[in-house]
Write a protein that binds this ligand. Structure first.
Ligand SMILES: [Zn+2]
Length: 412
């Protein structure tokens, strides 16, 4: 079935089964995929608002209780958890998409992969099933025990590790502090996911040098699917592994207007389920700000590729310019080895809009002394690359908290 046919069937299914979309789409001309931008967007708050004791999932639930085989929770960064139900078919499609996204990196059956995710109630669990599908030997280690993780790498000699980019960076430091040569380990590929950053050039270069391995990233969004996108060995943006299951669009974050997915375009990623059953979503705002590439990829995969610049929730606006903390970290990472790579953006004003200069704490490398010329050079590069005026404060090594999961780059 083509995406066009799947989309039209999905719309008919929503009208038949989803109280949420029956109301949202009432009296609208639905049309096909070419007309999708005329339909209203869906955001997380709207879904949450319809959930309650009677229906903990929300009014977008379409499936009967006996059809649901799995219920994940989102990590609830914005309050109470929300529940994500899946039918057997939905779960199968998630695993297929995830397996395709990770396969793009070049990992192959028979290789060993150590995972450092505490999947627990979260959708990451379905990504782990993707590794079984690919015929990998999966060694789950979880987070919270770096010693055990390093022992698994030493004893079991995996070719691949999968973790958040923050944890991958933390392990480079951890190994260096103990005189362990991580770059000499058996690991050839580091797959990062769970937060933006893995695709930022300077940050990635530092990870690759530390691990002596190729770093590629993957990305999904809980309400739509796990690891929907995955980067190939060309490292020039993520391909849509969930092709056929999900339709991507771009919008202006401020106005909600559609933006064409042409080469170099950027905006908020919006996703639509094409063949989902339990709680399908139409034009869901992911709050991920992405940049699009459409030039042919030498790997042969087709369709637009994306690189995630950051979460729109983390975005600050300094004198009219959008600033993503992960982009600040990337610029600062380019000053290695003089800096550790850890930063904190410390906005002075509440809300998104900030008056310049934007305060940024930059952590120095181990043993390095504060150097005004370094601070000036960082400030100057941030100004020329991101067009933002900052006040750079250099802080001693070890001052900024490390993370075994996702990093917090902004501190208010
Ligand atoms: Zn490719």
């Amino acid at each position: 079935m083509s995406d066009e046919e799947a989309y039209r069937e999905q719309l008919a299914y929503l009208l038949a089964r989803s109280p949420f979309y029956r109301e949202k789409l009432a009296n609208l001309r639905l049309g096909g995929l070419d007309d999708i931008a005329e339909l209203p967007l869906t955001d997380k708050q709207q879904l949450r608002a319809t959930a309650g004791p009677e229906n903990p999932f929300g009014a977008h639930l379409c499936a009967e209780p006996h059809e649901i085989v799995r219920i994940y929770s989102t990590s609830g960064t914005t309050g109470a958890p929300s529940y994500i139900p899946l039918t057997a078919g939905d779960l199968g499609n998630w695993i297929t998409g995830s397996a395709r996204s990770y396969a793009a990196s070049g990992i192959t059956a028979g290789q060993r992969i150590v995972s450092a995710y505490n999947a627990g109630p979260f959708v990451a669990g379905a990504a782990l099933a993707g590794f079984d599908r690919l015929g990998l030997c999966h060694i789950p280690v979880g987070t919270g025990n770096t010693e055990r993780l390093m022992q698994a790498i030493e004893n079991l000699r995996p070719e691949v590790v999968v973790l958040t980019p923050s944890y991958a960076a933390h392990l480079v430091e951890w190994a260096a502090e103990r005189g362990i040569d991580l770059a000499a380990s058996s690991v050839e590929r580091v797959l990062v996911a769970g937060e933006p950053g893995g695709g930022e050039p300077a940050f990635r270069a530092a990870l690759e040098a530390g691990w002596g391995a190729r770093v590629t990233e993957a990305m999904g969004i809980g309400d739509i699917g796990v690891s929907l996108w995955g980067e190939c060995a060309e490292q020039d943006g993520m391909h849509l592994g969930a092709k056929g299951f999900v339709h991507p669009e771009l919008i202006d974050h401020e106005t909600g207007e559609a933006i064409e997915m042409t080469d170099g375009a950027s905006g908020e990623l919006v996703l639509t389920h094409l063949r989902h059953r339990a709680a399908p979503l139409l034009r869901f705002r992911t709050r991920d700000h992405v940049e699009v590439r459409t030039t042919p990829c030498p790997c042969g995969r087709t369709g637009p590729r994306i690189r995630c610049i950051g979460r729109t929730d983390d975005m600050l606006i300094v004198r009219g310019v959008n600033v993503f903390p992960s982009a600040v970290r990337d610029v600062v990472s380019g000053f290695g080895p003089a800096v550790s790579g850890h930063i904190r953006v410390r906005p002075r004003d509440g809300g998104v809009k900030q008056d310049p200069p934007l305060p940024v704490s930059v952590e120095l490398a181990r043993g390095a002394d504060p150097d005004e010329r370094l601070a000036d050079a960082i400030r100057e590069r941030l100004r020329s690359v991101l067009v933002v005026q900052t006040r750079v404060e250099l802080v001693p090594h070890g001052t900024l908290a490390r993370s075994e999961y996702k990093s917090r780059l902004v501190e208010r």
